[in-house]
Design a protein around this ligand. Structure first.
Ligand SMILES: [Zn+2]
Length: 374
């Protein structure tokens, strides 16, 4: 992977690049970042940069033989260790048993998490993944060999949280590494890591992505319109894995449903409100969040349309008329109030509140905002 293919993180990239060029890269690093951050992509980009025979100040060439091997995860001196699942009939597995699957997964996206991975390698979701004792022995013997090409060996450990009891032998290796060996540990949860690991590695904290970065990514990679990209960025909280799954699940912007819901609240007919709330509840928790975030953009555009002369509404064509009409039904203060109330419900639904109750209460509050406006 090229550095330029890793979104954002420019100051971390610059530091790593300088360390490689000046030959002072720490031999054991811990890339720590939440789910859906750029940690694995960055580990791969750094590895490629280390080996590239024709690198520039800011990136590897992407074309030399090392770059090609590393970008397909097939370089003989770059090893991967990751959690696996012990199957009942099986002997203790090692990472190499699943390297084909791992390559496929990484090449598709670097944002997958351990559950995604377990789903790929096992039919049984209840099995706990781990990095086996046999795997640590395997690592030690691999790293004791001379490099096949060039002069350095690298071990990328994805999810060292799963080393559990097997880390002692590995720690010894990190403490007294064979010549020219780099360890890059790519982890999510520092609390699940043994202190002996964190104390022996140089910490590189990978921040979560900003809403702007998420929007950029969604627009570039999936060609989403700015409104949809903004809504998904808002919901995914800097987690690209979540953002990707939302892109795959957003089929509708629910503008008709939103209009029906607002009309029900506006008509002040409790029975209709209850029916529409029931319908909404049926679309499911994730879709409901998408629906509500779309509602937020409608409210925001209504407010801007109401308060700024000649404001150009930023929305899909079908929604523009509705936004214009809608902005007449509420005053600015009540639009803001509704915005806050919807926002709060999204927050609670994300944290597993009872969606049906939250939605019904919200409908009552919104209805009251309309009533007060008369
Ligand atoms: Zn290269």
């Amino acid at each position: 992977m090229l550095f330029s293919n890793v979104i954002g993180l420019s100051s971390i990239k610059q530091k790593l690049q300088a360390n490689v060029r000046e030959n002072r890269l720490a031999h054991a690093q811990l890339f720590l970042g939440l789910e859906g951050s750029g940690k694995l992509g960055l580990a791969l980009a750094l590895t490629q940069y280390i080996y590239c025979s024709n690198r520039s100040e800011t990136d590897s060439c992407g074309e030399c033989s090392s770059c090609r091997k590393i970008s397909s995860l097939t370089h003989p001196d770059v090893h991967f260790t990751f959690p696996t699942v012990v199957k009942t009939s099986d002997k203790e597995p090692v990472s190499d048993d699943y390297i084909q699957e791992f390559r496929k997964e990484v090449l598709a996206s670097t944002f997958f998490n351990t559950s995604d991975w377990v789903r790929v390698i096992s039919d049984n979701q209840n099995k706990n993944p781990n990095i086996t004792k046999k795997e640590t022995r395997n690592i030690i013997s691999k790293l004791s060999l001379k490099p096949y090409e060039g002069e350095a060996k690298t071990l990328i450990i994805w999810m060292p949280e799963y080393l559990a009891g097997q880390s002692n032998a590995l720690l010894k290796l990190i403490e007294e590494p064979p010549q020219k060996t780099y360890f890059i540990l790519v982890a999510e949860n520092s609390e699940a890591l043994l202190p002996t690991i964190t104390s022996r590695t140089q910490l590189v904290k990978i921040p979560r992505y900003t809403e702007e970065e998420t929007e950029d990514y969604l627009q570039t990679k999936y060609g989403l319109g700015s409104q949809k990209a903004e809504q998904i960025a808002y919901l995914s909280e800097g987690n690209f894995r979540k953002a990707i799954s939302l892109v795959e699940s957003v089929e509708d912007n629910y503008s008709t449903l939103f209009r029906d819901w607002m009309l029900a609240c506006y008509s002040n007919n409790l029975k209709t409100v209850a029916t529409v709330t029931d319908d909404l509840h049926k679309i499911g928790r994730v879709q409901l969040q998408i629906f509500l975030v779309n509602g937020l953009s409608i409210l925001r555009e209504s407010l801007l349309y109401k308060t700024i002369t000649n404001y150009q509404i930023k929305s899909e064509k079908e929604q523009v008329d509705f936004i214009k009409k809608f902005s007449k039904t509420l005053n600015a203060a009540n639009i803001e109030k509704s915005y806050e109330q919807i926002n709060e419900v999204i927050y609670h639904i994300q944290r597993n509140a009872n969606a049906k109750i939250a939605l019904f209460n919200l409908s009552l509050n919104l209805r009251y905002n309309f009533v007060r406006n008369r």
